[in-house]
Design a protein around this ligand. Structure first.
Ligand SMILES: NC(=O)c1ccc[n+]([C@@H]2O[C@H](COP(=O)([O-])OP(=O)(O)OC[C@H]3O[C@@H](n4cnc5c(N)ncnc54)[C@H](OP(=O)(O)O)[C@@H]3O)[C@@H](O)[C@H]2O)c1
Length: 183
């Protein structure tokens, strides 16, 4: 039997996280971004039930949500994103179509698409902690600006509806890694 995925809610065990009892786990890390959120949506209610905060990694969809990659050639030669199916061929075209919906809402909110999708996570509760990655100070500043983008529950719903869970094209990781992680 494969080991339990660290990204599935199967980490729940009877008796864990009862009110007033400190849970052995205080944080759970799962990729969570507007287009790649299927596992997160399954895990989040369990985390909340057990009092575990949720670290949302790759919250920018590994940059697909920033609009900085329009063709595979926009990715530097040694960058591992080149191996990710979401950036390849027809998958990238479909993901760029999804991005267009996000861009329309970002224009309304007068922010960048990266800020919008980070704000979307922040607006869902203080127990969700997005950790965007960048090597550039200017992008760090841009991403931090997400805290100033105010989204109400209708905005959160509108963004989720614009990019339904599971709509992204291309698996979360390259095929070999999916197998290695039993995904
Ligand atoms: N625990 C785990 O298993 C796990 C797995 C994956 C990731 N993580 C962690 O999660 C964090 C973030 O994940 P991630 O880096 O995979 O994905 P991400 O935050 O979704 O995206 C990062 C990518 O977006 C680009 N980017 C960032 N801000 C941007 C902006 N404002 N405009 C345009 N492009 C922008 C970055 O390029 P530049 O660097 O060139 O700006 C980088 O290629 C990292 O700290 C990583 O270590 C953890």
């Amino acid at each position: 039997m494969p080991p339990r995925s660290r990204c599935s809610p199967s980490f729940r065990r009877p008796g864990r996280g009862a009110p007033g009892v400190e849970s052995p786990a205080s944080r759970k890390g799962t990729p969570n971004s507007v287009p790649y959120r299927t596992e997160a949506e399954t895990a989040l209610p369990v985390c909340r039930e057990l009092g575990i905060s949720f670290v949302a990694y790759s919250p920018l969809g590994r940059s697909v949500l920033t609009g900085s990659v329009r063709t595979p050639d926009d990715i530097p030669p040694e960058d591992r994103r080149r191996d990710h199916p979401r950036f390849q061929g027809e998958n990238l075209s479909r993901n760029l179509e999804l991005l267009r919906h996000v861009e329309a809402i970002a224009r309304d909110k007068r922010c960048t698409t990266g800020q919008l999708v980070l704000a979307w996570l922040l607006a869902q509760g203080p127990d969700i902690v997005p950790i965007p990655g960048t090597k550039h100070a200017s992008r760090l500043e841009e991403n931090v600006g997400a805290v100033d983008v105010a989204l109400d529950p209708d905005d959160v719903r509108r963004i989720a509806e614009a990019v339904p869970a599971g709509a992204a094209a291309g698996t979360r990781y390259p095929e070999a890694m999916m197998r290695a992680l039993y995904l």
